[in-house]
Design a protein around this ligand. Structure first.
Ligand code: ADP
Length: 668
């Protein structure tokens, strides 16, 4: 009797269980068609040898619904334990007929198969099992081609992914697994958008629409996401997949990891941008001689380079009165906001840039206890990343600091430090030059003032001398009168001589040629003699002298030391016009002698006290008193060349006390 699958229930009626098994065995064991059966949970309970041949393997222990390694719909969608033709048949409780599917063998070759699932029913028409007959319809040559082709795809050095027109992934090779971190099992059946960053999702819409219209997307460079959430730069080429009827059913995508190229390109771009920036900063600041302009240019450029939310450049300089002051320029914020931060001037935060010789980089300053107190709590400048770079001269002297802040943590890198350090040294040179320029400008101004003053000072005694000589030439008969005018002319000539010799001495100092003839001498005697000589010429003031009367031996140039005393005495007289006394005292200890020359005249402001020993300096309000502003400069030089020092104690309107000290001579 011929047996078909439809007669199974009849066989069941007539034969015992054992006989059914034997009948099955006889019919199916050596049947040329692949045949297998599953229970209603999908577990394979029977399969024949032809099925094993088709699948290329014996079904795995846990195989469900099929013994094949992988099966797909003809549109490439993977058949899973949850979605397959046997389950469809079981669910609908009716036989759906035959269905064409693709079976992938463990050697990655594909077989085209007709699957015909059918139900086993018991006497009560309950479904007890399902069986399936498979017919291999793979054309021989295509099968071989598939196998090689699939193998190439599987092991290609690029990620090769195919997807359907809904973006559902239908194949995923080993390289895709390597690049993106997801395994084939994790990705097949999922949407390709899993790999696309949120802000690039529209790319997929554009790609799919191009594919649908049969276009290819070539070497498109973009960013995709890896399993660990990190971004990866890829170059993708996407082409449409056609079925055998020429209809587009999906897309194949070849993706190449170009992270290394991109990072090289970015590094190169950054490098050339930085070079360009460095060049333009260098050029700009070397052309500028104005401090404010240099500070602003450097602040703006460095803030841009570091990507900081704000940048500041602190610069220590001295104002025209010789006082130290701090300038600062800002970028990325206003002075009002910055001032609220307490950063400028004396806080730990700004001091960081000056105190250390090294840059300071802190990833999150809010976690650094040292700086918490000086943290800017202003909502506009709530910084976390902090970077301070000292600006120092070649000599190592720190003249300022660059300071940067970012609201987010860890924004500054070692690379920023390197670039900033080279900008900082250029800035230091530019600032130094600009200070020199300022100095030269002010010296030039002083020189002009000096020439005007010198001409006036030299002309005054000359005019007097000429006047006295003219009177003399007219009245030679009056001897008394002649003597008086000759004396007056001599006094003026002395004055002229001393002015000219001061000028000469200054130029010698400048040239390093001021000569000294040193000898061992009694300094007390020298002081007394100098006072005596001076008293002849300055009759307006009495010189009150006081000392302990013992000889004080020093080694020095007699003439120069007398010049010092005469100069200080003459100043004391000149600058105390309303007084008639000058006090001189000598004080000594085992090592040194100090001379104090004190007057009760116009005195000096603290500002003037700092400057009176510099060339050409004259205090405000002394224009009506003759002088070139050279005497104290020469005095200081002479004393220092004798290894001594000089200082002044004074208050404006309260007189001045000049004290100089010389070392006592010690026998060798
Ligand atoms: P000169 O007296 O020729 O101006 P100096 O170098 O001797 O030059 O002094 C420099 C300046 O210091 C003076 O112009 C004056 O302003 C101030 N000065 C010097 N000595 C005194 C003094 N005893 N009292 C007040 N001011 C003084």
């Amino acid at each position: 009797m011929p047996i078909s699958s439809n007669s199974v229930s009849e066989i069941q009626d007539t034969l015992s269980d054992k006989s059914i098994y034997e009948v099955f065995k006889a019919i199916f064991e050596n049947h040329p068609l692949p045949f297998y059966a599953c229970n209603i949970a999908g577990k394979i309970i029977y399969f024949n040898e032809s099925a094993v041949n088709l699948w290329g393997q014996i079904p795995k222990e846990n195989a469900l619904w099929t013994g094949a390694w992988k099966s797909y719909n003809t549109d490439g969608i993977l058949l899973t334990p949850q979605k397959n033709e046997l389950l469809d048949c079981l669910k609908s409780e009716k036989e759906e007929g035959s269905k064409e599917i693709l079976i992938e063998l463990p050697d990655f070759s594909l077989k085209r198969v007709i699957s015909t699932p059918k139900l086993f029913l018991d006497k009560q028409n309950n479904i007890v099992a399902i069986h399936n007959t498979l017919v291999d319809i793979t054309p021989k040559s295509t099968g071989e081609h598939h196998s090689i082709f699939t193998d190439i795809v599987k092991h290609a050095y690029n990620a090769i992914i195919s997807k359907d027109l809904n973006g559902i992934i239908t194949s995923w090779n080993l390289e895709a697994e390597k690049i993106f971190g997801y395994s084939e099992d994790e990705m097949i059946g999922l949407s390709i958008t899993k790999l696309i960053p949120k802000d690039r999702l529209e790319e997929e819409t554009i790609i799919i629409s191009k594919i649908k219209s049969g276009q290819k997307v070539d070497h498109y460079e973009t960013i995709r996401l890896k399993k660990d959430g990190s971004e990866i730069n890829v170059s993708i080429t996407i082409s449409p997949i056609y079925n055998n009827k020429g209809v587009i059913i999906g897309a194949s995508k070849i993706a190449r990891d170009i992270s290394v190229e991109v990072s090289h390109q970015q590094a190169f771009k950054k490098y050339s941008e930085n070079l360009e920036m460095l060049y333009s900063i260098g050029k700009a600041i070397s052309e500028k001689l104005d401090v404010q302009a240099i500070l602003q240019k450097v602040t703006d450029a460095t803030t841009k380079i570091t990507g900081a939310n704000f940048g500041a450049f602190f610069y220590k300089t001295t104002n025209s009165s010789g006082e130290e002051m701090m300038l600062y320029n800002l970028s990325g914020t206003s002075r009002e906001v910055f001032d609220k931060m307490q950063i400028p001037k004396q806080t730990d935060l700004s001091q960081l840039a000056f105190n250390g010789n090294e840059p300071v980089r802190i990833d999150d300053i809010t976690h650094d206890s040292r700086y918490k107190l000086t943290m800017p709590y202003d909502e506009h400048l709530h910084i976390k990343s902090y970077l301070a770079m000292p600006v120092k001269l070649n000599s190592g002297k720190v003249i300022g600091g660059l300071l940067f802040g970012h609201k987010e943590s860890s924004r500054f890198t070692e690379e920023h430090e390197n670039i900033l350090s080279s900008i900082a040294s250029q800035a230091a040179i530019a600032l130094d030059n600009s200070e020199l320029f300022e100095e030269i400008k002010s010296l030039n101004l002083k020189k002009d003032e000096f020439i005007a003053l010198a001409s006036h000072e030299l002309k005054t005694p000359l005019t007097s001398i000429k006047g006295y000589l003219q009177i003399l030439s007219r009245s030679t008969h009056d001897k008394e009168m002649s003597k008086l005018f000759v004396n007056k002319a001599l006094i003026q000539a002395d004055k002229l001589e001393s002015l000219v010799s001061d000028l000469l001495n200054v130029s010698k100092i400048e040239a390093g040629k001021l000569q000294f003839n040193t000898e061992v001498l009694d300094f007390r005697e020298l002081v007394i003699e100098s006072i005596e000589n001076f008293s002849y010429t300055a009759r307006s003031h009495k010189i009150v002298f006081e000392d302990n009367q013992s000889p004080l031996i020093v080694e020095g140039d007699q003439q120069r030391l007398e010049q010092v005393i005469t100069n200080l005495l003459s100043n004391a007289v000149k600058y105390s016009p309303k007084s008639d006394k000058v006090y001189v005292s000598l004080l000594s200890n085992d090592n040194s002698v100090s001379v104090s020359i004190r007057d009760t005249g116009i005195g000096l402001s603290p500002e003037s006290q700092k400057k009176i020993f510099t060339r050409f300096y004259r205090a405000d309000g002394v224009n009506n008193i003759s002088g070139l502003g050279l005497g104290l400069y020469l005095t200081k030089e002479i004393i220092e060349r004798h290894h001594g020092n000089i200082k002044v104690e004074s208050e404006l309107g309260q007189g001045a006390n000049f004290i100089f000290t010389l070392p006592l001579y010690k026998k060798p």
